[in-house]
Design a binder for this molecule. Structure first.
Ligand code: PMP
Length: 401
């Protein structure tokens, strides 16, 4: 979407409007159920809230914490990387804390890319990547994940690499498709990264949101990959506190040192009291992480089965809190063939539900034209009501023809 804001630098003009803001505003105006934006309905563990409250009351973290993150949070990140993935990182030099995964990702792009460097990314892609690459003056090169399976095409990836490619930006579990990359896929990607000497920026914001039979594997655990990978995690996603904005990056000292330099000149520090709480979160028992997954998996099933029974073809979501489908009964509106953008513009007012068109995550205008992303991290009765509204709309032939 293009802006008419003349003051804005040219490279940011294509990134002016946020689809999430537009859809949420539409949802609010029509009192629609918002299955667009990806935040959970239910807040995370009460004990983490109490730690943040106590930190504020006791005066811990109310003033600038250390620039690269509280030492105990960096230690907790290192412990977490070892506990879940067997990775050894030095909390003093190989971890950085940021204002959400977002700031770590953007700092990494700014720190690693010279103007004109290319960043290869699978599309559909999370919108922040496009903006971050543009801010760095780098060029985005997209490799399609094609519906309905959205599996990565390794040959297409290899073809997209040029001598200018600096960073391969990977996201697994993948927003918006729900794909979790398999070990074989990651191995093939790793071989390309090693052969072409690329840095991998691995967005693992949904690392704890994967479902049965599709475990998350950090690419940094594959042979030869740690030294060229920055892994990024999100306290918002792993502990259901998206408003706290605490994220982290870990990886080899030279890459993390580069990220630290840029990141400290962005927000410098943030979320002092929340950093104590997220440190405790990373040390929660296995029951917590298993429970989070089980809870999300049940919601995935509720929405997926419901949409399927209403005539949508839903791609199995293997992780994140998103599922994608085709346009189902909304493929024609008022006897007119429509695309995902038209459907999602129309849904809030006519059906009372908001969702996001996959097209807005793609450079290729045809790639996601017939696909929609639904967020299922919502209360069960909210999901049931959304399904009920879709069913009523289709039963009343609101969709025309
Ligand atoms: N990466 C992906 C794939 C995301 O979906 C999000 C949030 N929607 C982020 C990163 C940003 O996470 P945070 O809120 O921790 O900045």
């Amino acid at each position: 979407m293009v802006t008419r804001t003349p003051a804005l630098v040219e490279r940011m003009r294509p990134h002016a409007a946020s689809i999430f803001g537009r859809m949420s505003a539409l949802a609010q105006r029509s009192e629609a159920i918002n299955l667009g934006q990806g935040f959970p309905d239910e807040d995370g563990p009460i004990e983490l809230q109490e730690i943040a409250r106590a930190a504020i009351a006791e005066g811990r973290g109310n003033q600038y914490p250390p620039a690269h993150g509280l030492p105990d949070l960096r230690l907790a990140v290192a412990e977490h990387q070892r506990r879940f993935y067997g990775l050894t990182v030095d909390p003093d030099t190989e971890v950085v804390i940021g204002t959400g995964a977002s700031e770590v990702l953007q700092s990494a792009l700014l720190a690693l890319c010279e103007p004109g460097d290319e960043v290869v990314v699978f599309e559909p892609w999370f919108d922040l990547y496009g903006a971050g690459i543009a801010l760095a003056g780098a060029t985005r090169v997209s490799v399609p994940l094609r519906p309905p399976s959205y599996r990565p095409d390794i040959d297409a990836l290899a073809d997209a690499i040029t001598p200018r490619t600096r960073v391969l930006l990977l996201n697994t579990p993948h927003n918006p498709t729900g794909v979790v990359f398999t070990r074989e896929e990651l191995q093939a990607i790793a071989e390309i990264a090693i052969e072409r000497d690329l840095i991998v920026l691995s967005d693992e914001a949904y690392e704890h949101l994967w479902f049965d039979g599709h475990p998350h594997i950090p690419i940094s655990t594959l042979p030869g990959m740690f030294k060229r990978t920055i892994s990024v995690g999100s306290g918002g996603k792993s502990f259901s506190f998206t408003g706290w904005k605490v994220g982290w990056g870990s990886g080899p000292r030279d890459l993390i040192a580069a990220v630290r330099v840029v990141r400290q000149h962005l927000s410098y520090v943030s979320g002092g009291p929340f950093q104590y709480a997220i440190a405790a979160g990373l040390r929660l028992s296995d029951e917590y992480f298993d429970g989070l997954r089980a809870q999300m998996q049940a919601k995935r099933d509720l929405l997926t089965n419901g949409l399927r029974s209403l005539g949508f073809a839903v791609t199995e979501s293997q992780g994140t809190y998103f599922a994608t489908s085709d346009l189902g009964p909304f493929v024609r509106i008022d006897d007119r063939q429509v695309d995902g953008v038209e459907v999602c513009d129309w849904l809030p007012e006519h059906v009372g539900v908001a969702a996001i068109p996959i097209q807005v995550f793609c450079d290729d205008p045809d790639l996601g034209a017939q696909s929609i992303r639904w967020a299922f991290g919502k209360a069960d009765d909210t999901l049931e009501e959304a399904l009920h509204r879709i069913e009523s709309a289709t039963a009343q032939k609101v969709v025309g023809s």
